[in-house]
Design a protein around this ligand. Structure first.
Ligand SMILES: Nc1nc2c(c(=O)[nH]1)N[C@H]1C(S)=C(S)[C@@H](COP(=O)(O)O)O[C@H]1N2
Ligand SMILES: [Mo]
Length: 309
């Protein structure tokens, strides 16, 4: 877990903040200094601040987090995203923000990153397929971005879409899902401080297979809600259609909160396999709201979670 150990010399110590917020300059700087400079290894680091929302569980290794993925645009095998996603170019990148917002527009990745506070969020991550990891994301609260663009009073839901790049995404020409991959949240879920846009992993920019350059992370919901490589964010007055719900509404609800008491029609959700550990991989009990009950249970007061699954 080399990525865990941060150099004493921080990028922010040797460069003005404006420059270290700029990803392109950051890469150029890292490249230029690679020849013989002792500072080079520190330069790619995002220097994210720790967060009170992080779990103290031990994170999975970078190798595990970046080689066992779901990203159907790049293929349905767990190793396909790592094999194929490198061909995607994420610079330049822009996100269309539209719908019921005060400042709609096409925002470049750099625009979005300007002024955000990057935090390390070490979150538990639970896939609906009943495996789990612990992942040290770097990102910012989605609420920060929504507040910057101004949610109008009628805005009740937030919809997200992933890029569709048939030239580099072999899954697009196959009918795995209806593209673009779509996800959505209710406004209070979107505004919850646990909900982040992740732009990094282990204090480095997030790898393509994990959803570069920016992806959603909603740690109390099944992993498929955490949509990757976002190109559109729309504030809406109605619940938006979402990919897995469109594909099979009986198996995948809009809410998809992690819930050991509500089984998937084809398997139990009472426990999960921790990725890593090989032959000795442990199964552990699944926690309601993936262990984030204290922070989010109140969002669902009065709802029947077996009906609103
Ligand atoms: N665009 C897009 N986003 C996606 C997916 C996908 O296939 N396409 N898979 C989802 C699923 S099922 C999971 S479990 C997580 C996996 O995230 P990870 O590969 O970074 O662990 O991404 C989610 N986001
Ligand atoms: Mo998943």
């Amino acid at each position: 877990m080399a990525g865990r150990y941060k150099s004493d010399l921080k990028w922010s110590d040797v460069t003005p903040k404006a420059a270290f917020m700029d990803r392109r300059q950051l890469m150029v700087g890292a490249g230029a200094l690679a020849m013989g400079s002792i500072a080079a290894p520190a330069l790619a680091k995002l220097n994210a601040a720790p967060s009170k929302f992080s779990t103290d569980a031990t994170p999975n290794s970078l190798e595990e987090i970046t080689s066992y993925n779901n990203y159907y645009e790049f293929g349905v095998g767990k190793e396909d995203p790592a094999r194929n996603a490198g061909a995607m170019s994420t610079d330049p990148w822009s996100v269309k923000i539209d719908g019921l917002v005060d400042k709609p527009g096409d925002y470049s990745f750099d625009d979005i990153m300007k002024g955000v506070d990057l935090e390390e969020r070490i979150y538990r991550f639970r896939c609906v397929e009943a495996w789990s990891m612990v992942i040290p994301w770097v990102g910012f609260e989605l609420a920060d971005l929504l507040n910057r663009v101004g949610v109008q009073p009628g805005g009740k839901y937030v919809a997200f879409e992933t890029a569709v790049l048939p030239d580099v995404m072999p899954g697009i020409s196959r009918g795995y899902l209806e593209w673009p991959y779509r996800e959505g949240l209710r406004m209070d879920e979107a505004m919850n401080p646990l909900t982040i846009i992740a732009t990094g992993l282990y204090d480095d920019p997030i790898p393509n297979q994990n959803g570069a350059p920016l992806r959603l992370v909603v740690p109390w919901k099944y992993g498929f809600k955490s949509i990757k490589s976002i190109v559109r964010i729309s504030v809406m007055d109605k619940e938006p259609p979402t990919s897995w719900n469109m594909a099979n509404a009986r198996e995948y609800g809009f809410y998809s909160n992690v819930n050991p008491e509500v089984d998937h029609p084809r398997w139990s959700q009472a426990s999960e396999r921790m990725v890593g550990g090989g032959f000795f991989a442990k199964r552990i009990p699944t926690l309601k709201f993936n262990g984030y009950e204290e922070q989010v249970a109140s969002l669902y007061t009065g709802m029947d979670l077996s009906k609103n699954f």
